[in-house]
Design a protein around this ligand. Structure first.
Ligand code: GRF
Length: 210
């Protein structure tokens, strides 16, 4: 297999992982998911990996004395699979500068809101959508960004808006945002794999706009 080698970090259901593997199988992204690393032994994402014949590795944080040792182990696994780009696809652990430095500008995250709104420390999972509804904004959305040392602060690659409807609940809103995540995350990976992303300071420019 030629093309980009992806390492996907997960903790949960893995629908974003599924969107990536679907895009690869449809030929939209040229490459492969080389390894899936889960912080949760029971993550359904590991089952999805197995179904696609992708190596799935559960790495238990509790088996390591320090965060540094935990991350060094993940780096060793990602390197063993020769990973070009790391995707955080619902990965519920914070990564330290040690990990970020190792894959500088080669880590992408998907966030279920329009960063910088409803992002940063404490904004994860359904908490994001709950905060959106409580605030009363009329639009939310999804963001794919490169990961830097901050919480959801790295350069933004793609964003797409999702309207908030009068009768939305946390679940209905999460479901519509998730549909958009499944569109823009693979698209960002495709752009990266084709060398179309240029980082200029905080901005990410897309060569030829497509
Ligand atoms: C998504 O909403 C993503 O934005 C967030 O965690 C969720 C993961 O969902 N970071 P899944 O495991 O990909 O289904």
């Amino acid at each position: 297999m030629t093309g980009i080698k992806l390492g996907v970090l997960v903790s949960g259901g893995g629908t974003n992982l599924q969107a990536i593997t679907d895009s690869i199988e449809r030929g939209k992204i040229k490459g492969e998911v080389s390894v899936v690393i889960s912080s949760n032994e029971r993550a359904y994402a590991l089952k999805r990996a197995e179904k696609h014949g992708i190596p799935g590795v559960y790495i238990n944080r509790n088996n390591f004395k320090t965060q540094k040792e935990y991350e060094e182990h993940m780096i060793t696994v990602l390197k063993a699979y020769d990973v070009d780009l790391v995707l955080l696809a619902g990965f519920m652990k914070v990564l330290s500068p040690v990990f970020i430095a190792e894959f500088r500008n080669r880590i992408m995250n998907i966030h279920p809101a329009l960063i910088p709104a409803f992002s940063g420390m404490g904004f994860y999972g359904s908490r994001v959508h709950k905060a959106v509804l409580e605030y009363g904004v009329k639009v939310t959305g999804a963001t794919v960004h490169f990961v830097d040392e901050g919480a959801d602060t790295g350069p933004i690659i793609l964003q797409e808006v999702v309207p908030v409807l009068d009768d939305d609940t946390v679940d209905s809103l999460a479901a519509r945002v998730l549909e958009v995540e499944h569109k823009i995350f693979p698209e960002a990976v495709r752009l990266y794999s084709e060398g179309k992303l240029v980082i200029k300071g905080r901005r990410v420019l897309i060569k030829n706009g497509k």
